[in-house]
Write a protein that binds this ligand. Sequence first.
Ligand code: AMP
Ligand code: ZN
Length: 116
Amino acid sequence: MQKDDCLFCKIAKGEIPSTVVYEDEAVLAFEDINPMMPVHTLIIPKDHYDNIADNVPADTLGAVFGAVQKVAEIKGVVADGFRTLANTNDHSCQTVHHLHVHVLGGAQMNDGNPSK
Ligand code: AMP
Ligand code: ZN
C-alpha cells in the first residue's frame, strides 16, 4: 500500500526521479540527495510504512535489511565497513516518514555514541 502525499512513495513509483542503486520487487535503494558521507544510500520498502515501529511485516523487514548487503557490495564498502541506521520519529530527527534505512560509508566515522 502506498500513500499519495509521501515523497518516498513517489520515488518508489518513479514519479520523482532518483539515482537507483538497487531494486527488486519489494525494495528500492537510491542515493541520498544530501549525502552525509561519500557513500550514502537509502533503502526503502515499496509499500508505505511510517517507520520501523509501524507494524512492518517480517518479510518486508527481511527484504529491506536483506538489501543492505547488496547495496554495500554495489557501493564497495563491505571490506572497510559501513553504518546502517533507521531514524524513527522526533528524537531521532526522522524527516521523511516512510521507512528507510541509511547505508553510510566511504570514510572513517566516529564510534556512534549519540551524545558526542
Ligand atoms: P531521515 O532524516 O532519516 O528521515 O532521512 C531522510 C533522508 O532523505 C535525508 O538524508 C535526506 O537527505 C533524504 N532525502 C530527502 N529528499 C530526498 C530525495 N528527493 N531524494 C533522495 N533523498 C532524499
Ligand atoms: Zn510512503
